[in-house]
Design a protein around this ligand. Structure first.
Ligand code: NAD
Ligand code: DAO
Ligand code: ZN
Ligand code: ZN
Length: 370
């Protein structure tokens, strides 16, 4: 057992407690990683709020980390002590039906146990005074030391700053990937992005990379517009400035609707707007936001009959072990401006402030430095 500083989520709706926890050594096929830095994503707040149907307590949240391998368990061959890695909440075993399909990044090799907050052998590596603490998304980056299956770490360039590229562990990759891999936006396309947090702003970067001709950035918080424009949005739209549904506003602005839209909020009403602002005959809408437990989407089926397409995207469709190192290289070359996302940095002791800043709409990403 080693001691680790961690932020523990004891129950839904309560602040995290910064405390010392026990971490058991990595077992067969597992690695112990010292997390150097972690971002705080809306999904952590969603789970902490209690709205996440998969939320399990007490647990150690966090899934947007960067760290260094400190020890490896029996049989681990693909990473070694000292390697720099990004934890993957979507692993890549390369062998399951999903990995072999070539059609999805949703590896299922450890899905059953990961969803229960456990390692693949059905036990947890975390405890506090003998009480089991559950893992979260298989990553638990709000602990300085965390244990991950070997198939859930991407080995990256050691020269990349972990306190920046940690953002590629979720938000930035999710937004860019949804545009490039899921929608496959073509040059000259018109794009609407709903929600300008870390995910939506990354979708804007993806739309710029894809050479979209117009990128409409939509948010109810106008404080997000400056950064959206800086990243390449061509127009910013605040739904609160209009007295008609936002889909009608977008359709009017774009001669019948956009080619692609992305919902980056987790609001089922906005998901409908994002679909219905797409162009008749070919417009495609991608759901990225995660809606609350029990919520459902709806639209008139005629929207689909008349050619609009509704799809979803997890981790931007990116296969973590094989593709994430390439994202790190693109960030190193300056093609992905990670600095723009980091509005706040703080130590682990102040992690609850990161949640407050997110709820107040004041941050894009807070990065916790251990
Ligand atoms: P965030 O809270 O930082 O940003 C959300 C933005 O949406 C804010 O700027 C907010 O002002 C805006 N917004 C809220 N209500 C709105 C409305 N009605 N109309 C327009 N704008 C509105 O969140 P984030 O970290 O960017 O995450 C966004 C969503 O993506 C969350 O639901 C998160 O759980 C989800 N997510 C999904 C994946 C995935 O793989 N699919 C990965 C990471 C995050
Ligand atoms: O394979 O069934 C599955 C689940 C894969 C988890 C993908 C989660 C993506 C959305 C959650 C937001 C992540 C921060
Ligand atoms: Zn996330
Ligand atoms: Zn797999």
């Amino acid at each position: 057992m080693i001691k680790s500083r961690a932020a523990v989520a004891w129950k839904a709706g309560a602040p995290l407690e910064i405390t010392e926890v026990d971490v058991a050594p990595p077992k067969k096929g597992e690695v112990l990683v010292r997390i150097v830095a972690t971002g705080v994503c809306h999904t952590d707040a969603f789970t902490l709020s209690g709205a996440d149907p998969e939320g399990i307590f007490p647990s150690i949240l966090g899934h947007e980390g960067g760290g260094i391998v400190e020890a490896v368990g029996e049989g681990v061959t693909s990473v070694a002590v000292g390697d720099h890695v990004i934890p993957l909440y979507t692993p890549e075993c390369g062998e399951c039906k999903f990995c072999k399909s070539g059609k999805t990044n949703l590896c299922q090799a450890i899905r059953a146990t990961q969803g229960k907050g456990l390692m693949p052998d059905g036990t947890s590596r975390f405890s506090k005074d003998g009480e089991t603490l559950f893992h979260y998304m298989g990553t638990s980056t709000f602990s300085e030391y965390t244990v991950l299956p070997e198939i859930a770490v991407a080995k990256i360039n050691k020269e990349a700053p972990l306190e920046k590229v940690c953002l590629l562990g979720c938000g930035v990759t999710t937004g860019i990937g949804a545009v490039m891999n899921t929608a496959k936006v073509e040059p000259g396309s018109t794009v609407a992005v709903f929600g300008l947090g870390g995910i939506g702003l990354s979708a804007i970067i993806g739309a710029v990379m894809a050479k979209a001709s117009r990128i409409l950035a939509i948010d109810v918080n106008p404080g997000k517009f400056e950064i959206a424009k800086q990243l390449g949005a061509t127009e910013c739209v605040n739904p609160l400035d209009y007295d008609k549904p936002i889909q009608e506003v977008i359709v009017d602005l774009t001669d019948g609707g956009v080619d692609y839209s992305f919902e980056c909020i987790g609001n089922v009403k906005v998901m409908r707007s994002a679909l219905e602002c797409c162009h008749k005959g070919w417009g495609e809408s991608v759901i990225i936001g995660v809606a609350g437990a029990g919520e459902e989407i709806c639209t008139r089926p005629f929207q689909l009959v008349t050619g609009r397409v509704w799809r979803g995207s997890a981790f931007g469709g990116v296969r973590g072990r094989s593709e994430l190192p390439g994202y790190v290289e693109r960030a190193q070359k300056g093609e992905i401006p990670l600095d723009t996302f980091i509005t706040h940095t703080m130590g682990l002791n102040d992690i609850n402030q990161a949640f407050d800043l997110m709820h107040e709409g004041k941050s894009i990403r807070s990065v916790i430095h251990y």
